[in-house]
Design a protein around this ligand. Sequence first.
Ligand code: ARG
Length: 636
Amino acid sequence: SELQTLAQKLNALNLEGELPRYPNCFPEVNPVDIYRAYLTSILAPITGVDAAIVYPALQWTNTLDKGDMVLPIPALRIKGKKPQDLGEEWVQKFPESPLVQKPTITGTFIQFFFKPEKLAQLVIPDILTRQGSFGQNKFLGLQDLTDPSKGQKKMIVEFSSPNIAKPFHAGHLRSTIIGGFLANLYDAAGWNVTRINYLGDWGKQYGILALGYKKYGNKDELEADPINHLFNVYVKISKEKEEEETEIKTLKEAGEDTTQLRARSIDEKAREYFKAMTDNEPEAIQLWSHFRELSIKRYKETYARLNIRFDEYSGESQVKQEQMDIASKKIADMGISKESDGAVIIDFSEQKGIAKKEASQLGVAVIKKKDGTALYLTRDISEMVQRHEKYRFDHMIYVVASQQDLHLKQLFKIIDLMGYDDLANKVQHINFGMVLGMSTRKGTVKFLDDILRDVADKMHEVMKANDDKYQQVENPEATADILGISSVMVQDLSGKRGNNYTFDINVMTSFEGDTGPYLQYAHARLCSITRKSGLTPEEVNTADLSLLTEPHAVNLIRIISQYPDVFVNTLKTLEPTTVLTYLFRMTHVLSSSYPHLKVVNQERELQLARAALYDAAKVVLANGMKLIGLSPVERM
Ligand code: ARG
């Protein structure tokens, strides 16, 4: 295997003895875990605290001046002595070490600074050999760490989930970006990930759409641009339907008999059409499934631009009626639901085992309408059960806007009440705030493609401003497209998921500040250093890393060695900003080091060492960018 064992790594460092293996210690993929294990082996005897407590207490830092690792003294839970006094006692006893400098104390923390030379020797070659997999930890997704033959844990990420013939709005955009990121994250953590797109593709509105298409539709336009065409058709027919309804209402108020009008109305015809769809009548189904297929084909093209693909295009239409009947019956038999005015509802305040406050938050859910049609919620209940039967997943994430918090709470609670409590424990709602003021420069937008086109145009203008560079970019349109997408994605992923943010095309496309173009520029610059140095990877691999002694070089080594810990931390927060904040910290260190760490016109040995450092930084930057879904560019 390409992975070295801990023992081998320690041998290479000329350290004596063997270190025990702690839970969550993965020296094969995280060089910093070697330091954790090593510090634990020193600290356990000094503090008299069990290694199992010391190891997890050692924390990484997110500012370099706090050290490379800290130990919060209170985390060792020693009673009766002041943390400060304990710290001083321990630091006194801390031996001379080849790996870490003499520790220091600030407040109730002990700070450790790694010795740069060994750190460089440990981390840089590791990054250069592991390349794209550096920072990933495929052990985390194993069913059983001690027995890899038991396979990977199974994850479902449901995301994007737009509605056919309706706008692909900001909520869908965020779901797409965040969901894509989460799927990548779990993939990189060794889970077996299935990406599902749960389309809004069923309901009376598709009866309305079919009527509209018969009236206003055009085959060529549909083929050319199904998403826009279907939307336009839907808008037209809906307007007509509304006008008709107002008219009927007016006549009725005037005392006229509107029965005939009503029977011939769009609303009634749509209801009949949808009934035909539900009854699986070939003609009705054919048109609808044609719309669905063309829309999916088009969505796939857009998703590809965002580096996103789905394993399954599921959707409300794919939930089987029999399944819903079985679920409804179960819910009724268990006394969870009741009839109310001809509809079937669940009143959460009447359920056993739900606290008053929670019950009042959950309120009342409608399971079946008066006319017997199943609802959004009912479909979700059956879909979840169906998915579990199909995939036997260990965990499932729904990436859906905060506006649907209540819907998902109700869904999870109903699943629990139905006795599927193990299933209820496996599902998770990852929510997110709203995007405010999303518009292109031409006006408010309805479709993702319009936004991406507009942002790409803007980036293309920016690129043209530097003609020298522009001439060297092989495919400027494609690059502008990638830069535009990076702008949108970075702005979207920068804050905490739960926060709202304002969509601002000028801010996001700027090279100043923490933006997508800034990250892309940082990557392109590293690529340019490699190109200009003319050194081959083989040559770079022979570098004498002990030459990297300047403070800027040391800080760069320290910060890139944090990446695997950032990855693990991201799995805890599930916040894309955990990765982005790190990438910006690291690119700031990087850009401040250029004047101090030149590669051209230096002595060859120094050139090699610095090239190795920059190559390693490039790998880390590219890995982080890919994790959040960006395609790093080589020139721009
Ligand atoms: N299509 C829905 C909408 O646009 C989102 C679906 C969310 N997922 C779910 N399982 N309900 O609002």
